[in-house]
Design a protein. Structure first.
Length: 207
């Protein structure tokens, strides 16, 4: 299936100084919110920025006391417990991993009262394996009512994320564009060209 067939969820900010943007998958699109620190190629832990690049989607976590998952679901899913956290401390061996709380290392609580993590899709960013201080806990999750910028995640209205969920699978990739919608993209970087060659590679080419 081609990109246009629905395997690429593309996210782009409206402008360089706006956290509002659009997420597009096939013929559908939804309003979304990106990091308050913008969209950056040089993301680091704590900068509030959404990382540029193309990433897999790993798992779904959800509050089963607050919502019922739509069907079908194409990713592994499990309920969030009151003792779930996500380590955001680069010094820890559990950096950018789900952990049990209480925990000696810095972490986010997954069980939240504000509803932002009632539904979470884990983005495969800096997790294979986690390295350096390049950032952690990059999720698709529910947006605040005021659509305020996130800490680096991509957030959607609850009903929009529930609508998107059945459309994504283990083959879906999240692509976050570096240039905002009101600017023309520059020429691709060497890394982007190498990634494109990798995406276009077919094992038949070896024969």
């Amino acid at each position: 299936m081609s990109d246009d067939g629905g395997l690429i969820l593309t996210v782009q900010a409206d402008s360089a100084d706006s956290a509002l943007g659009w997420a597009v998958l096939g013929a559908r699109r939804w309003r979304c919110v990106v990091g308050a620190g913008g969209i950056r190629e040089d993301k680091v832990e704590g900068d509030g920025a959404t990382p540029v690049g193309t990433f897999p989607l790993r798992h779904i976590y959800y509050r089963n006391d607050r919502l019922v998952l739509p069907k079908p679901i194409g990713l592994p899913a499990r309920p969030i417990s009151q003792h779930d956290g996500w380590c955001d401390d680069p010094r820890s061996d559990s950096y950018n991993r789900l952990v049990r709380t209480p925990n000696d290392w810095s972490h986010e609580k997954m069980w939240r009262e504000d509803g932002l993590y009632d539904l979470v899709v884990v983005v495969g960013y800096n997790d294979d394996p986690p390295e350096g201080e390049w950032g952690s806990a990059i999720f698709l999750h529910i947006a605040r009512d005021d659509k305020a910028g996130t800490q680096g995640c991509i957030a959607f209205a609850r009903e929009d994320l529930l609508e998107l969920l059945p459309l994504i699978t283990a083959q879906t990739r999240l692509r976050v564009l570096s240039h905002p919608a009101n600017e023309q993209p520059g020429p691709p970087s060497e890394d982007e060209e190498l990634m494109k060659e990798f995406e276009d590679f077919d094992e038949k080419d070896w024969s």
